[in-house]
Design a protein around this ligand. Sequence first.
Ligand SMILES: NC(=O)C1=CN([C@@H]2O[C@H](COP(=O)(O)OP(=O)(O)OC[C@H]3O[C@@H](n4cnc5c(N)ncnc54)[C@H](O)[C@@H]3O)[C@@H](O)[C@H]2O)C=CC1
Ligand SMILES: O=C(O)[C@@H]1CCC=N1
Length: 270
Amino acid sequence: MRISFLGGGNMASALIGGLIDRGADASAIQAVDLLPESCARLAERFGVRAVTAIDEAFVDCDLLVLSVKPQQMREAIAPLSGKLSGQLVVSIAAGLRLDDLARWLGGYRRLVRCMPNTPALIGAGVSGLYADPSVDARGRDAAESIMKAVGSVVWVEHEPLIDAVTAVSGSGPAYVFHFIEALEAGGRSLGFDEATARRLAIDTMLGSARLAAASDEPPGVLRERVTSKGGTTEAALASMAQSGVFEAIVRAIAAAEARGRELGDALGRD
Ligand SMILES: NC(=O)C1=CN([C@@H]2O[C@H](COP(=O)(O)OP(=O)(O)OC[C@H]3O[C@@H](n4cnc5c(N)ncnc54)[C@H](O)[C@@H]3O)[C@@H](O)[C@H]2O)C=CC1
Ligand SMILES: O=C(O)[C@@H]1CCC=N1
């Protein structure tokens, strides 16, 4: 499958890197990015063709990933209006709705909305997908197979649920990195050097996530198994409860979802 990326920033790099590491042919992947330095980085890092403007070779693909920022999208895809014929277009932009993308593309509706996340770079991503009802099974399979190459895939039944996927797993790695930062800071404050505190923090996240993935028990049961009555974990969890950590995270996810809808409303009005 020939894949073109419009926008070669963080998320496109994670997807391209993940695809190539998993055996995709670099010559079947290309990118357009306004910045010459981004193009040079993509070409050097992944051996893909990367140019600063949309040309015929770029449009001549099977799957076109729209990977610019939501605020950059309308301008970025304007040159594609009227030029598409059969390519499956997959937008990974937060918030932007298929109706608005279709309008900006001159009525083109072979569209899928996808919300990946950056662990795709190491083949450990998770993506939510929603296809325009006009997309056939072949199109859905194509989108799914690309995203499955870099992680797991969840289809959602209604487009607004993509904003919910964005809030949980699209933005989610940032929450997890933040938690690692806090674990590391806690370790540092108790006297560990940076490298040791980071090792303890990262390996704890990694091991716990792997255990949760491997276990038939829900995370709450695994948590209880760590928490001895009158012990150290209980003291820590009581402190977290007093600070409202759990509710704060649930509220943060709601804020991310609301921001996605707000972006869709504001940018779709244009
Ligand atoms: N970073 C993340 O973790 C995730 C990002 N996304 C979505 O992916 C999209 C890209 O996000 P990032 O990669 O983080 O942003 P980024 O800023 O790293 O990448 C965007 C790239 O698009 C380029 N660009 C801007 N206007 C352009 C144009 N007219 N033509 C060609 N290239 C243009 C920029 O030079 C930049 O390199 C966003 O829509 C975001 O919502 C989705 C899931 C996760
Ligand atoms: O922060 C953002 O808007 C994008 C979407 C999900 C992750 N990064």
